[in-house]
Write a protein that binds this ligand. Structure first.
Ligand code: F3S
Length: 398
């Protein structure tokens, strides 16, 4: 591949992968079975990302393993209703076209573990998108490093990665112990989002082992936890004793080593994080945003229950983001139409902080996602209130 015998696009991708391996002192390359790409998000990669994809496309590069695509910068079928600027939408469309021409699968979601190309425990893969990396490493137990824009597509083109970091068993050992046994845990995604945000702040770039999480915890709680831990910290992997597959007990999670430090969490610490995630009062919001990461089928069915006999207030907005797989599934049984009738706007393929929404003139928004609460002020200039789903609905629904 390096000699260009498999085409110029593959040669360029392999040069980049070899350089990455050299930077990390890797001794060899290992095969991977699949890739999840984040570089398809125009709002994140901009003109440079567009040129890079165009170059690979022009050089004839093709992905070598099943490759899914992250959220894109527009709802592909519905971007006008979403208020996206036409010029911006065109750039996004071009970027989408290049990734599809290289053979990637149009999943268009930041929660690829809910639908699409899902690995098994222990599988060597290369995923980008911070929440997805944490979830797939921790909850599924597949193995990926924190790949990012540009390297992700190169991994897909050569079907190999340097053998470094979290691909190697010893590097997956827990480093710090987080004790939740004194918390009164609540089974909601916003509670686990706050918990994840707090653990990310403490862990920074270390691997936390969390004890005291009960068995009723759901995949959607761990999704919210994964997105939050990767927003406040540079975390790519956590272990939860008795919950995640590499942590049947403390000894296994730490691979027989001693924790570098132990942190006991309190209710007060969680309250402090919750307070920090909001920049204004609840009453002032223009609308509520849910579905970061993209909403799952159970989350949308829960919303249907909560919306029984209610509708969105005339002067407020309720926006939900999901994948096209979930959207079309729930179109078939009438759920999407039912929510639309109640004034809920449902967008697929994309995300509030990664598109262009100038026409709406929003000033303040509300969300039950810690990741949205973290990024909305810096990425959109809007103020944000972080609250539970119940409180979001209380505010925008009558
Ligand atoms: Fe997905 Fe956007 Fe959140 S890409 S994880 S909905 S910030």
């Amino acid at each position: 591949m390096l000699l260009g015998k498999e085409g110029k696009g593959t040669e360029l991708a392999m040069q980049i992968i070899v350089k990455l391996g050299e930077l990390y002192g890797a001794q060899r390359l290992i095969p991977i079975s699949q890739v999840h790409i984040d570089g398809c998000l125009y709002a994140a990669v901009g003109e440079a990302g567009l040129l890079f994809a165009e170059k690979l496309h022009n050089l004839g590069a093709k992905v070598r393993v099943p490759t899914s695509l992250n959220a894109t910068s527009r709802d592909i079928d519905n971007w006008r209703e979403h208020g996206v600027d036409p010029e911006f939408a065109e750039k996004s469309a071009n970027l989408e076209k290049y990734y599809l021409s290289m053979g990637a699968v149009p999943t268009w979601t930041c929660a690829p573990y809910q639908s699409g190309i899902i690995p098994r425990f222990g599988e060597q893969i290369a995923w980008a998108e911070s929440n997805a990396i944490v979830y797939v490493n921790s909850v599924i137990g597949a193995r990926t490093e924190r790949y990012g824009d540009y390297t992700d597509i190169c991994c897909a083109i050569v079907g190999r990665v340097p053998d470094f970091g979290l691909h190697i068993t010893e590097n997956r050992a827990g480093q710090i112990l987080i004790d939740c046994t004194h918390l009164k845990l609540i089974p909601t995604t916003d509670y686990f989002a706050v918990l994840g945000y707090l653990v990310g702040e403490i862990a920074k770039n270390r691997i936390p082992v969390i004890k005291g999480i009960p068995h009723w915890v759901l995949g959607d709680h761990l999704k919210a936890f994964s997105a939050a831990i990767a927003s406040s910290g540079a975390v790519a992997l956590f272990h939860m004793i008795g919950i995640t597959p590499e942590a049947p007990n403390e000894r296994t999670a730490f691979q027989g080593r001693k924790p570098e430090a132990t942190y006991e969490l309190s209710q007060k610490m969680l309250q402090e994080v919750e307070r920090k995630l909001s920049s204004i009062e609840r009453t002032q919001v223009d609308g509520a945003l849910i579905g970061c990461p993209h909403a799952s089928v159970p989350e949308i069915l829960e919303l249907v229950k909560l919306m029984k006999g209610k509708k969105v207030k005339d002067n407020k907005e309720l926006w939900l983001y999901t994948s096209r797989a979930v959207y079309y599934t729930l179109t078939l049984n009438g759920v999407i139409e039912e929510l639309n009738q109640k004034g809920v706007k449902i967008f697929k393929d994309t995300c509030f902080v990664n598109t262009s929404l100038d026409k709406w003139n929003f000033k303040n928004v509300m969300t039950n996602s810690a990741k949205y609460a973290h990024y909305i002020p810096s990425r959109t200039g809007l103020k944000v209130v972080f609250a539970s789903l119940d409180k979001c609905l209380e505010t925008v629904v009558e």
